[in-house]
Ligand binder design. Structure first.
Ligand code: AMP
Ligand code: ZN
Length: 117
């Protein structure tokens, strides 16, 4: 099976890594949809949020705990959005779970409406 995010996790293709631990890798989105746009990807291949099982609970927790770590590393901990696209109709193009971390640090009032990610 070919999966671009497994290839990034396994360092078979390059990425601009922000943070990494035993459970996940965070890197900059190659086509950012916001001034700050990172992806947090579990090292385990899970196709989408729909495929998570109860045994993946530690991975889900790791994703959530990584969000503020990544936001802090990018200097946006005071305001950011996190999102998962699920399925084609939800805008998901890559079938390996990933959390989007988006921020608009130069927008004084923050960003209340977001174009499709
Ligand atoms: P989604 O539409 O939720 O599946 O999001 C996939 C995201 O992965 C998009 O925002 C893409 O710009 C991003 N992306 C695709 N290929 C790469 C890559 N090689 N490195 C970093 N981000 C990528
Ligand atoms: Zn994968």
């Amino acid at each position: 099976m070919t999966c671009i995010f497994c290839d990034i996790v396994n360092k078979k293709i390059p990425s601009d890594i922000i943070f990494e631990n035993d459970a996940l890798v965070a890197f900059h989105d190659i086509r950012p949809k916001a001034p700050v746009h990172a992806l947090i990807v579990p090292k385990k291949h899970v196709a989408s949020v729909n495929e998570f099982t109860t045994e993946d609970a530690p991975i889900i927790a790791a994703l959530m705990f990584a969000a503020p770590v990544v936001a802090e590393a990018l200097g946006v901990k005071d305001g950011y959005k996190i999102a998962f696209n699920v399925g084609r109709k939800g805008g998901q193009l890559i079938d390996h779970v990933h959390m989007h971390v988006l921020a608009w640090p130069d927008s004084p009032e923050g960003k209340k409406e977001v174009a499709p990610i």
